[in-house]
Design a protein around this ligand. Structure first.
Ligand code: FPP
Ligand code: MG
Length: 298
């Protein structure tokens, strides 16, 4: 079924009638298509749900093209990123093409669905802006971190679940809550993996977030537990290219303070809250999606 979504996404780009757009699109790494899976599990496999899944995945792919420009990422999912291979301008414009084609297709879906996805894209963009600006200084405020990851990541997953429920005539608020918590858990795990996964598995350097100025949940939990000297030391490493010794010091502090384990626990708690929201809906596959999103190494 996911194959059908790949075909549809390609058809959407092909229908633009521009061979360069299609050529570049085919070089975009495919990804896990978790949002598409989520939509099909909630709404079942209908013409509309497959259309919605293809639209959401086009928009998501567009957002990552832009994100890689912003983050100056050389790789995405272990392969050369579009910005690295073809330059920032090409990556931005390809993102705009995917994004606007997605929006055209969105207009064919019911109003409630179109509005929800369109609103989520505004949130995504506000979230990304917050993420960029937060990197200017070491953030120690957990509420700000959660607001940012809600907007940057959870909002589109929330809108996917809401929209799929809407298409299927199910309780939209329950599914929206499921999607929101799932999205938050997903980003927390993403932030943990930046610390625990090897650069080879991740396709980007380890501890990359901190080098970029992103003080993610494990850093926030660690910071609370450090003594004044260690806090000063950690702050002095912020946004720097770290030596192996410095990276190892940070990793040792993660172990000592239990900050990574605490972050994983928190993601699991969000996962349980997501399941709690839809416990009466009798959809065991949604539990599998939670596990897939939370228990993963990339
Ligand atoms: C990845 O964050 C980024 C996002 C989930 C959202 C990016 C959103 C935008 C650029 C704005 C929306 C734009 C369009 C065209 C729809 P990350 O850098 O933490 O994750 P990573 O490790 O996957 O790079
Ligand atoms: Mg990024």
């Amino acid at each position: 079924m996911l194959e059908q979504i790949e075909v549809l996404m390609r058809e959407h780009i092909e229908s633009i009638g521009d061979s360069r757009s299609l050529e570049l699109y085919e070089k975009v790494p495919k990804g896990k298509r978790l949002r598409a899976k989520l939509i099909l599990k909630i709404a079942g496999e209908t013409k509309e749900s497959i259309e919605l899944a293809s639209v959401v995945e086009l928009i998501h792919a567009a957002s990552l093209l832009h994100d890689d420009v912003i983050d100056e990422a050389d790789t995405r999912r272990g392969v050369t990123s579009i910005n690295h291979a073809f330059g920032n301008m090409t990556a931005i414009m390809l993102g705009d093409i995917l994004y606007s084609k997605g929006f055209t297709k969105l207009t064919y879906l019911p109003n409630e669905v179109a509005r929800s996805v369109a609103d989520a894209v505004t949130k995504l963009s506000v979230g990304e802006l917050l993420d960029v600006e937060l990197a200017n200084a070491f953030n120690t405020n957990q509420d700000i971190y959660f607001d940012m990851i809600y907007k940057k990541t959870a909002s589109l997953i929330e809108a996917s679940a809401f929209s799929a429920a809407s298409l299927a005539g199910k309780d939209t608020s329950k599914y929206a809550l499921y999607g929101r918590n799932l999205g938050l858990a997903f980003q927390v795990i993403d932030d943990v993996l930046d610390i625990t996964s090897s650069s080879k598995v991740l396709g980007k350097p380890a501890l990359n977030d901190f080098r970029e100025g992103k003080t993610t949940l494990p850093y926030l939990y660690m910071y609370e537990k450090l003594n004044e000297d260690d806090k000063t030391k950690l702050l002095s490493y912020f946004r720097k290219d770290l030596s192996e010794d410095q990276s190892n010091w940070i990793k040792a502090k993660f172990d000592e303070t239990g900050a990574v384990a605490k972050s994983i626990k928190y993601a699991q708690k969000l996962g349980y809250e997501a399941l709690e929201a839809i416990k009466d809906e009798n959809l065991p596959d949604l539990e599998k999606i939670i596990k897939e999103m939370i228990v993963r190494d990339f």
